[in-house]
Design a protein around this ligand. Structure first.
Ligand SMILES: *Cc1c(COP(=O)(O)O)cnc(C)c1O
Length: 424
């Protein structure tokens, strides 16, 4: 069972809302740091370990800085994310660029930052050399093809656009070593997404450890690190079990001792690049009920919409909902909980059993700390909401202000005035 808690009681939440109106995402510093620590402890056996936080999950410099101060680097997949890492104080090889279909300017920025570049295709070696120059250390993303089953979100590896198949991968390392003179290497794969089966991560480790051995035996390449990717799942539903990170770390430790150490690879560092497992359970979207509508069904209308949290509409994903101050009331009503977008799939929950809801209630949508606000969009002119960080000392800091109509109109090339004054 996964306890679904919210760090503020009704009275504390109302005090926050008096200062920062709903909707907003609230993040809990303590939960974020505990999640990071669980990974660091699980891999403490490794000669070196670093979590490269996947910036796309929660692209806010206050969060990146916090994680960096506690030993994390970053995994980036866009120019904006590289800049966010830079301003958050993440430096050099603590920054990883794992991109795909990568534009030249992303490679150029990564080279400028001294980041580790993780290439997604054999053809990108020449593209990188031509557009940005070659780095000191390079890494390739492995796509294991038929060797693993995919799940609903990431699909089958053979259908995935990511990574190099085995033979291309070996050839890519050969080219980098023998033709391009690169001397430092890493190895990457990511085949899981929101995965809660331990076996998936043991399989990932087995795949990369096998390859690390093959690179050593065939090409004399001694990789400096293996990156096991992200995709560590969280229990979105209260009845689901959380992943036992310590147990997974121990399982991977055994494989490392069996597969890496005997071949002289006992100094290879381990990396993960989790997003969801670090910040997912540490975020909540807080909204106010503004309408109740009874037609063929009972609809609860919120002051937020799928522009603030797209996962339910996009993936049919479950996000637990509680009502501030009604945590212990019986769930004896059934509602569809909706936003205001002109899309019928703008529903946070369908046929959800909840306590009786009244207008003005504060609805807490759980587990929005990763791929929540981050997936925001502006369709229908809906605006991004604020992000608040609850510090370990109980203070609240606004780490993203709510978007305004001025922000939204700012890119229009229109000779007239929509809102005044438009900021320069
Ligand atoms: C999205 C992504 C991640 C993070 O995935 P989570 O499910 O949030 O752990 C890590 N690495 C890469 C390359 C990604 O695209």
């Amino acid at each position: 069972m996964a306890e679904k808690h919210f760090p503020l009681n009704k009275e504390q939440l109302e005090r926050v809302i008096a200062k920062y109106p709903t909707p907003f995402h609230l993040y809990d510093e303590r939960t974020i740091l505990n999640n990071l620590k669980a990974f660091q402890q699980a891999f403490a056996w490794a000669p070196a370990y670093r979590e490269q936080f996947a910036v796309k999950a929660l692209p806010n410099p206050s969060i990146i800085k916090l994680l960096h101060e506690h030993g994390a680097g970053t995994d980036n997949s866009s120019l904006a994310e590289l800049y966010l890492s830079e301003v958050s104080g993440v430096k050099g090889e603590e920054i990883l660029l794992t991109s795909n279909d990568t534009p030249a300017d992303e490679f150029q920025k990564a080279i400028e930052l001294g980041a580790i570049i993780n290439l997604d295709d054999i053809s990108h070696i020449d593209f990188l050399e031509k557009n940005a120059g070659l780095p000191n250390i390079i890494c390739f993303r492995y796509n294991p093809g038929d060797l693993v089953d995919g799940n609903d979100i990431i699909g089958k590896p053979t259908e995935a656009k990511y990574g190099l198949p085995h033979d291309q991968l070996i050839e890519a390392y050969r080219i980098c070593k023998e033709e391009k003179g690169i001397r430092r290497f890493g190895l990457h794969t990511m085949v899981a997404s929101n995965e809660r089966r331990k076996e998936a991560f043991l399989l990932t480790a087995r795949l990369v450890f096998t390859l690390a051995n093959e690179l050593k035996d065939k090409l004399g390449i001694h990789v400096e690190f293996v990156n096991l990717g992200g995709g560590f799942g969280i229990p979105y539903r209260p009845e689901e079990e959380p992943l036992d990170i310590a147990d997974i770390g121990e399982g991977i430790h055994q494989l490392y001792d069996e597969m890496m150490v005997p071949n002289g690879l006992g100094d290879v560092a381990i990396m993960t690049e989790c997003g969801r497992a670090i910040t997912g359970t540490a975020g909540w979207l807080v909204s106010t009920v503004i309408h109740e509508k009874k037609t063929y069904k009972d609809y609860i209308g919120l002051d937020s919409c799928m522009a603030n949290l797209m996962r339910p509409a996009m993936y049919g994903a479950y996000h637990h909902i509680t009502i501030s101050g009604k945590e212990n009331e019986p769930c004896d009503h059934v509602y569809d909980v909706t936003g205001s977008l002109c899309e019928n799939n703008d529903k946070f929950a369908i046929d959800r059993k909840l306590p009786k809801i009244d207008i003005g209630d504060r609805l807490i949508i759980h587990d929005t700390g990763a791929h929540g606000s981050a997936m925001g969009f502006n369709y229908n002119g809906k605006l991004w909401c604020a992000e608040l960080l609850l510090h370990t000392d109980g203070s609240i800091e606004m780490i993203r202000r709510p978007e305004t109509l001025n922000d939204y109109f700012a890119t229009l090339c229109f000779d007239g005035s929509l809102m005044k004054p438009l900021k320069a």
